[in-house]
Write a protein that binds this ligand. Structure first.
Ligand code: ADP
Length: 173
């Protein structure tokens, strides 16, 4: 059975009422396209101002900021790997995005979080492969951290929703 604390929804991550939403950022942390742009637009200029003070973030690592005008209290920014065919450690770097995010959630005693599908947009990580890695890492973190109450995976489009649905079914079978 899949962990009841994991929810898959179709929608826009900027609308999620959770302790923290996760941003599929780039290493500059200066904003960008895709979900990054949507989060900055919804959070307002305070977010970029705070991000500028952080000095960037390496791929697979994560940084936390306040949520500003978002319903979420915090944003966790994690740059995923650019897919280059699978030979340059992309799987481990993507897993590391999830691990780094859960480490920050733990440090800040946060209990609810929403993830986008990190890496599978502009960075072209294959969606089935990414969804399996995401769910493996989410499940592992939930097992290690009973104080996490809810993990929402926010699929922005049908293709992403379908891939995570398949991966959830694989896990529970
Ligand atoms: P990356 O550069 O890590 O690939 P992208 O932002 O390009 O990041 O894409 C990651 C995923 O986020 C894609 O599935 C994209 O469709 C999705 N996405 C884009 N906007 C939003 C949003 N507002 N809420 C949730 N997911 C979004």
């Amino acid at each position: 059975m899949s962990d009841r604390r994991i929810q898959l929804v179709k929608g826009d991550i900027t609308q999620q009422r959770v302790d923290a939403i996760v941003n599929a950022a780039n290493t500059s942390l200066r904003g960008g396209g895709g979900v990054d742009g949507a989060i900055h637009r919804a959070a307002g200029p305070g977010l970029l101002e705070e991000c500028r003070t952080l000095g960037g973030c390496p791929t697979g690592d994560a940084r936390i900021t306040k949520g500003y005008d978002l319903p979420a209290r915090y944003v966790i920014h994690t740059p995923g790997p650019v897919w280059q065919g699978g030979g340059v450690n992309e799987d481990a770097l993507l897993a590391s995005c999830y691990q780094s995010t859960f480490a920050l959630l733990h440090d800040h005693n946060l209990k609810t979080v929403a993830f986008p599908s990190i890496g599978t947009g502009i960075y072209r990580f294959p969606i089935d492969r990414a969804s399996r890695i995401a769910l493996r890492e989410i499940r592992r973190a939930l097992n290690e951290n009973p104080s996490i109450e809810r993990v929402v995976i926010v699929a922005f489009d049908e293709r992403t929703f379908d891939a995570y649905t398949r991966a959830l079914m694989e896990e529970s079978s």
